[in-house]
Design a protein around this ligand. Structure first.
Ligand SMILES: [Fe+2]
Ligand SMILES: [Fe+2]
Length: 469
């Protein structure tokens, strides 16, 4: 399935055959571009950026690379190849043919889920609006912009579904996706994490590690959906998403690496000395991790959820990698939860959010292990750790339950007193921000982050990934 680039909107869905849909999307396109110019990367519209663009939808060789000015990026609609005779893989309709149209009775449920996913995509671009100004290198600047244009593409993916399958309501929702803005007092983005500012690069690396990984799990569960166009859209988005988490994992790893170099050089783990030397001490990295990890945990929703149960029953949203389970109906199964009141047995369908959150946490552990290997190899005792999912939560059973990062109950007074040592304090943020000085000489790196092991697409690290004007 090749992508047709000769049309105004690149696509592999035969858009030219559906004039009405094509016209509707061509009407939305200039609004998207206006949004990009206003809310996208600030001040870099004229820069030539070494970007990848999708040219096919199979996993191998799907992208081409080249210098592009971001407003000229070819955002389009790319669905993964259809699977012949695909059947529904979970829930009450298990085994029946997958749906090519949304069944009327599930229309609003599907719409809400597509809008919620769609809302996160432009939100992250808005959160990173000013970040380019303080890039630690041209390599990093390019990665930021790659992530940004692809989040823009993911917005297109959801808007296509809204336009193609939800009629007038869908078109209105597509407008609203450009009207809400991250952090806006009157019209904020739907989910909390996507209203948090990302004004320093340590936060950006944490966001791409933890929050883009939430995206990966949401997309994985939607890739199982009975509504086939949604499943195919999400399958291709996952291909793009992998790079975002690579940016996060290697980003944090490079910060840790640089910190370890400074610790060795100075022969101390004293945060004050390390900071004086222009690197970020490991306890500060831990506090940023505590913040972004716990905020991302909230994105999975409440532990017990009748919404999650009906999404599963109706075939809207499966479990990530549904194929790994034996029972795909889950009508009789139960799940043991830990709540502040003790253990609670609930029906598995009602616990689907928790099932997803648990696989997400396991995936988060992998990077943390790698970072700890680096610390261990450098000969230091310190270890980074994911905090307990009970800690610092804003959604679910553990809201307003004061615990330490290990999840032990403590008094409210103790919690309030100790929290600034567990999540980034004002002075942490001020310090991290003070390091954010723009470095734009090809091959040069800011002093708080180590260079990457290799460049993009086999190019050297010192390649001029962004040509500024
Ligand atoms: Fe995305
Ligand atoms: Fe992403």
């Amino acid at each position: 399935m090749t992508i047709n680039y000769s049309e105004r909107i690149p696509n592999n869905v035969n858009l030219a055959n559906d004039r009405t849909l094509q016209r509707a999307l061509e009407h939305w396109q200039p609004r998207f571009l206006d949004w990009w110019k206003e809310m996208g990367p600030h001040d870099f519209a004229e820069a030539d950026v070494y970007l990848r663009t999708a040219v096919g939808v199979d996993a191998q060789g799907w992208a081409s690379y080249g210098a592009v000015k971001m407003p000229d990026y070819r955002w389009g609609i790319f669905l993964a190849e259809p699977i012949a005779d695909r059947t529904i893989g979970f829930g009450d309709y298990y085994g029946q043919p997958a749906w090519q149209q949304v069944p009327g009775e599930f229309r609003s449920q599907f719409r809400r889920i597509i809008v919620t996913q769609g809302d996160t995509e432009p939100a992250s671009v808005e959160q990173q609006h000013l970040l380019g100004h303080t890039c630690p290198s041209l390599y990093d600047l390019r990665n930021l912009f790659q992530v940004n244009v692809e989040e823009g593409r993911h917005l297109w993916a959801m808007v296509y579904l809204l336009h193609a399958h939800f009629g007038r309501d869908g078109r209105e929702e597509a407008e609203e996706l450009l009207a809400r803005h991250s952090g806006d007092v009157d019209k904020p983005r739907i989910l909390g994490t996507f209203n948090e500012p990302i004004s320093d690069w340590l936060s950006f690396f944490m966001f791409t590690y933890f929050t883009d990984r939430d995206g990966k799990f949401q997309l994985k569960s939607l890739a199982e959906s009975s509504f086939d166009p949604l499943a195919r859209t999400c399958r291709f988005m996952l291909t793009e998403e992998a790079h975002h988490m690579f940016v996060g994992e290697t980003g944090v790893g490079r910060v840790v690496k640089r910190t370890l170099e400074v610790m060795k050089e100075l022969g101390t783990d004293d945060p004050v000395a390390i900071r004086k030397h222009g690197a970020i001490d490991l306890p500060t990295i831990q506090r940023y991790m505590n913040f972004w990890f716990t905020s991302s945990l909230d994105l999975f929703g409440s532990e017990v959820s009748s919404n999650a149960a009906s999404s599963f029953a109706n075939g809207i949203k499966g479990r990530p990698d549904e194929g790994q389970y034996e029972d795909h109906i889950c009508a009789e199964m139960s799940y043991e939860l830990e709540t502040p009141q003790g253990k609670e047995i609930v029906s598995l369908r009602n616990a689907m959010n928790e099932v997803m959150r648990t696989s997400y946490i396991r995936d988060c552990e992998i990077g943390v292990k790698r970072w700890n290997m680096q610390i261990q190899r450098a000969g230091f005792e310190f270890r980074l750790a994911l905090p307990s999912p009970r800690f610092h939560r804003s959604i679910g059973a553990w809201v307003n339950v004061p615990t330490d990062p290990q999840g032990n109950a403590i008094s409210r007074e103790e919690y309030d007193r100790l929290l600034p040592g567990w999540t980034p304090s004002e002075s942490d943020r001020t310090f991290v921000k003070s390091l954010m000085q723009r470095v734009i000489e090809p091959g040069k790196m800011a002093g708080w982050v180590a260079p990457p092991d290799r460049g993009i697409n086999n190019l050297p690290v010192a390649y001029e990934y962004v040509r500024l004007v």
